[in-house]
Design a protein around this ligand. Structure first.
Ligand SMILES: O=C[C@H](O)COP(=O)(O)O
Length: 322
C-alpha cells in the first residue's frame, strides 16, 4: 500500500454510468483524491532503491524479457526491419534457447501484416499503434478505420492514443466516447490506451485520465508514445498502478499497465517490476497485465542475463541491434 492513495475500494467516488453527461464524468474525475506530488515522488524514489537478490534477479530479467513489447515506430521503418525485429522477438538470443520470447512486436498499422506473417505460430503477438499515432489528431472515422485495418492485418493488440486536446479542454465525454468506439472497432483485439502523460501537465490529470480510460473499457493503460518527454517516469507509472489496483478492488476487473518511452536499461526494467509488486501486487507480475514498451531495452536485458549466468558480458557485437 502506498501513502499516496486511500485503501483499495475507497479511492474513488462511484463511477457514473456509461451514458453519463460530461458534467457527471467531470464530477467523478475531479472528485478523485488529489495526488500528493511530494509523496508520490518520494515513494517512487524509495522503491527505486530496493535491491534484488541475485537469484531473484535472474528470474526478474526473464520476466522482464517476457513483458517487452519490442517496438519500432519510425517513419523510416521497412518490412525488412520489421521482419528482423520479429525474428529477434521470437528468439532474442539465437545461441541460447533458454531465453524466452518477448510479449509482442509493436509497429505502425501499415506494417501489421508484415509482422503478423513473420510471427505466425510463434506465440508473440502483433501490437499496432492506431488512431493517428502519435498526435491523435484525426477525425474519429479515420481513427476507427486505422484500428480496423490493423486488426484485419493481424494485430491482436491495439495501442491507441487519447485525444489530449479534448482531455485538457475538459471534454471528458469526447475522450470516453472515442475510447469506447475504438474498443468496439478492436473486436477481439485487446486495447491499450496511451495517456501521453508528458502532455497531461499534472499528476492529478494522470490519475483522472487513468480512471477515464479504465471506465471507458481499456484493457491496458499505457504511459506514453515514446515521442514526448517526459515519458514513462516511475511516479507516473505508480499513479497508474494505483488506479488499476483500486479499480480491481472495486470491480474485480484487472486492467493492465504499460510504461513505454525511455525505458532503456535492465535497472529501469527491474525498478518497474518492484513498483508493480509493491503498488499493484503480484497479480500484475505477468505479461497479461504488465508490459514494458521499449525500442532499445532488450539488448541490455540480454547482456545482464549473460553476465549473471557466466560472470562476464558478451562482446559489444554479440547481439543484433535493437
Ligand atoms: O511504445 C513504445 C515506445 O514508442 C518506445 O519508446 P522508446 O523508443 O523510448 O523505447
Amino acid at each position: 500500500m502506498t501513502d499516496t492513495a486511500p485503501p483499495p475500494g475507497t479511492a474513488a467516488p462511484s463511477p457514473p454510468d456509461a451514458a453519463a453527461s460530461n458534467a457527471a464524468l467531470r464530477a467523478f474525475l475531479h472528485g478523485l483524491p488529489g495526488v500528493d506530488e511530494v509523496g508520490v515522488q518520494a515513494r517512487a524514489a524509495d522503491l527505486a532503491t530496493r535491491s534484488i537478490k541475485t537469484t531473484a534477479k535472474a528470474r526478474a530479467i526473464d520476466l522482464a524479457i517476457r513483458m517487452v513489447d519490442l517496438t519500432t515506430l519510425e517513419g523510416a521503418d521497412t518490412p525488412g526491419k520489421v521482419r528482423a525485429l520479429c525474428a529477434k522477438a521470437v528468439r532474442p538470443d539465437p545461441a541460447d534457447r533458454s531465453v524466452p520470447s518477448v510479449a509482442a512486436v509493436c509497429v505502425y498499422p501499415d506494417l501489421a501484416r508484415t509482422a503478423a506473417d513473420a510471427l505466425a505460430g510463434s506465440g508473440v503477438a502483433v501490437a499496432s499503434v492506431a488512431t493517428a499515432f502519435p498526435s491523435g489528431r484525426a477525425p474519429l472515422e479515420a481513427k476507427l478505420a486505422d484500428t480496423r485495418r490493423a486488426v484485419a492485418d493481424g494485430a491482436a493488440e491495439i495501442d491507441m492514443v487519447i485525444d489530449r486536446g479534448a482531455f485538457l479542454a475538459g471534454d471528458y465525454r469526447a475522450v470516453h466516447d472515442q475510447i469506447t468506439a475504438v474498443k468496439e472497432a478492436c473486436g477481439p483485439a485487446h486495447l491499450k490506451v496511451i495517456l501521453e502523460t508528458g502532455e497531461l501537465a499534472t499528476y492529478d490529470n494522470v490519475r483522472r485520465a487513468s480512471w477515464l480510460a479504465i471506465h471507458a473499457g481499456a484493457d491496458f493503460i499505457k504511459t506514453s508514445t515514446g515521442k514526448v518527454s517526459p515519458a514513462a517516469t516511475l511516479p507516473v507509472t505508480l499513479i497508474m498502478l494505483e488506479a488499476v489496483r483500486d479499480h480491481h478492488a472495486a470491480t474485480g476487473r484487472r486492467v493492465g499497465v504499460k510504461p513505454a518511452g525511455g525505458i532503456r536499461t535492465t535497472k529501469d526494467a527491474l525498478r518497474n517490476l518492484v513498483l508493480v509488486n509493491e503498488v499493484a501486487g503480484p497479480g500484475w507480475l505477468d505479461p497479461a497485465h504488465f508490459r514494458l514498451g521499449a525500442s532499445s531495452l532488450l539488448n541490455d536485458l540480454l547482456m545482464q542475463r549473460t553476465r549473471l549466468s557466466t560472470g562476464s558480458y558478451p562482446g559489444p557485437d554479440y547481439y543484433t541491434l535493437d
